[in-house]
Design a protein around this ligand. Sequence first.
Ligand SMILES: [Zn+2]
Length: 300
Amino acid sequence: MANLKDVTCPVCGPGMSYTVFSPAHLTGAVSQGFTARKTPDKLKFRYVRCRGCGLIYANPVLPPESLSALYNVGGFIQEPQLENMLSDYLAQIGRATTGLACKRVLEVGCANGELLLRAREAFGLDEVWGVEPCAEAYEAADMRIKPHILADIFREGLFPPGHFDLVMFFQVFDHIPAPNEFLNLVAHYLRPGGRLLALHHNIRAPMPVLLGRHAPTFNIQHVFLWDKHTMRRILENHGFTVEGIHGCWNSYYVDHVLRMLPLPRIVKNTLRKALGGLGLGNLRLRAYVENMVTLATKPA
Ligand SMILES: [Zn+2]
């Protein structure tokens, strides 16, 4: 971790000062890459809070190319919680595509394309494309959707400019090391009047507020930790009209909740085993815990 780089607030720009929110915890190597939903390993960069907008972000961090390299070797985890996420996300896509005359949809960070596949069937989407940098996730794609996935980083030159009516990304934006460049690309690929749909952590949601700096949200995978205010600010900086940002109810299996809790591993495993033995691990809870959903429009 010798080559950590200072970053500035992507909302307020260079020159804005910050206060330290929580110290770094970087002992141990990050050798196995980053994988969504893996058991938190407590590694984290130092987090600071911008004095201008209040954004909490990792600083200093690995340079973007090193972060991307970690994602490329990261694996793809199939687990029961995925099914809960898919049905929750599908409902959001239904809302976001309502009223769109033409439905050409791009998902950034589409993993194995399962969500795109289901959305295409559920909402009669005209054209779907996904971009996914993790080769293992791409390889796991169903053949009905694989030809519509580009195993690539999100960059210029993948599609014609202004091609899409909806660009969406789920649990992606807080992992993006260069959010302004990312939103420039989203705007580049959206037609005027097209929509952006984002779902990811809200650092001021009940769970992170309750657990403070011990919340699993504070981990090495999350560079920028957005809330409703900072999300609105950065989107408006890019000319988007924000239609709504709100807390998102999601379904969770009891076993998944236990796995993500900031407790010693031995305690967690004992609890998981005990509840699993009672057949309660697959009990489904529905709550507003940590996610927010954003819908915004590119001006016509
Ligand atoms: Zn700021």
